[in-house]
Design a protein around this ligand. Sequence first.
Ligand code: AMP
Length: 552
Amino acid sequence: MKYKTLVDVYDKVGSTTKKLEKTDIIANFIKDLNGEELKIVMPLLRGKIFSESEEEDLGIADNLVILALTKLGYSKKEIMDKFKDSGDLGLVAQEIAKKKKQSILFKKSLKIKKVYESIREIAKYTGKNSQERKINNILELLNSAEPSEARYVIRTILGELRLGTAEGILRDATSKAFEVDKELVERDYNLITDFGRVAKIAKNDGDKGLKKISLEIGTPTKAMLAEKSENLEKALEDAKNPAIEYKYDGTRILTQKEGEKIWVFTRRLENVTKQFPDIVELCKKNIKVEKSILEGEAVAIRDGKLLPFQELSKRIQRKYNIRKMSQEIPVQVNLFDCLLVDRKQLLDEKFSKRRKKLEEIISQEKGKFQLAEQLVTKDVEKVEKFYNEALDLGQEGIMVKNLDAPYQPGKRVGYMYKVKPEEETLDLVVVGAEWGQGRRANWLASFILAARDEETGELLGIGKMGTGLTDEQFKEMTKTLKPLIEFEKENKVRIKPKVVVETGYQEIQKSPTYESGYALRFPKLIRIREDKSVEEVDTLNRIENLYKKSSN
Ligand code: AMP
């Protein structure tokens, strides 16, 4: 299939902001594709080249693309000037391709498969000459691209398709195109996190095929999410048959075992097996069954004391000297759920049964590999004591889980509630900033925050955070955000939306100033949430609900 066919769909999707229209355009396009085409096209429709379970990360920076574009006969300054105008290297590539077009007489048309494979290759080049080889691939694609194709090739390489084709739209389009149940599509995506495969099965085998999809070893599954509860009493009541656990301040890990082979995935579905050889060893030694999928929280620990999440995040990011790092920052694994044991999938079993199974199949190593601390009671006083213990240990609070509930991947469905001491916070993504003045001239000093429209994936501004940061925090924010600056105009910068910040605030108000229609009063930085991706920031829907709740 020609890449141009997909590009025409991109253009149509981009020309409307209406979710239903986007869904229809995509459904119409994918309904005639065969299984193999779907496997490629579904990720490309979200601007992705790898499914979640693959280890590769494209990670191409603007600079590399700029360098590639200079090889087409433009100076860096010319490219940068164009880039500053539009803030979109895709458009820059399109403009360049337009000028180049007249000079080329014969040219082969670009195929989707070629684009897909060539970009996948880019991610795999490492070591000597890798930069040159990456640039060669980019140039080869640009040389056979029509102007509009060049735009989307570059946007895909940079991981910014900018079309608002989020999970919800692909789910609805799949359901519509192949006349299958929407809930099933969503369930399956949460289980195997690969729209290409889900769509292929929907096309070939319909609902019957989709019902058969189950957990797979080697593939990450989305975590079940917790609802926030106002207080202990309410959480105990809502959870119906409550079991209370510490809410550890670490990172969710999904460990998978098949024989001697172990996988470790994070909540963001990253494969971090290589970064955690110690967890791999602990799993090999202490899981007594052949095959399992277990969930837990890894927490950094030193001299028997649990450390805050920031310490652990150093390990997640580390790509070299891994052994040394695992000695410097050892981890404690606290297991809290069990999704599969040998051939049996346990998602539909009650939590009480899953926890029991978990107890049976592991050998605990105190302080290293253990069951999450758990208390089964409805006695508020006992729960309060347990809650304070968790806080004294530096943990976030408690989780109150319904012992009778099944496991629901990827959803916040009222099967568990979190109780934490802080006031309500929002996880928002930084999309822009301003350089400071005077003493703060070298720091980014004011940050534009955005929430997410859950259907289209669009990021919508909701406020500006500038006061209440310590010097340390300004330094940290500047260091983290500076490499993500897309372009600058006077003292303002636009920032690639990657960094998620937990934000406190006094009030949510209606406001025409920001695209979301709301503004935060006195937003303040609580912490950078390295464990969260931009897809996980708080939604417009949640903000609307919080607004309604507070204005009642
Ligand atoms: P939140 O991110 O606040 O919605 O809370 C969900 C996260 O809490 C999960 O992804 C886990 O990483 C974490 N967590 C910590 N302790 C537990 C626990 N005992 N049970 C379930 N999740 C936990």
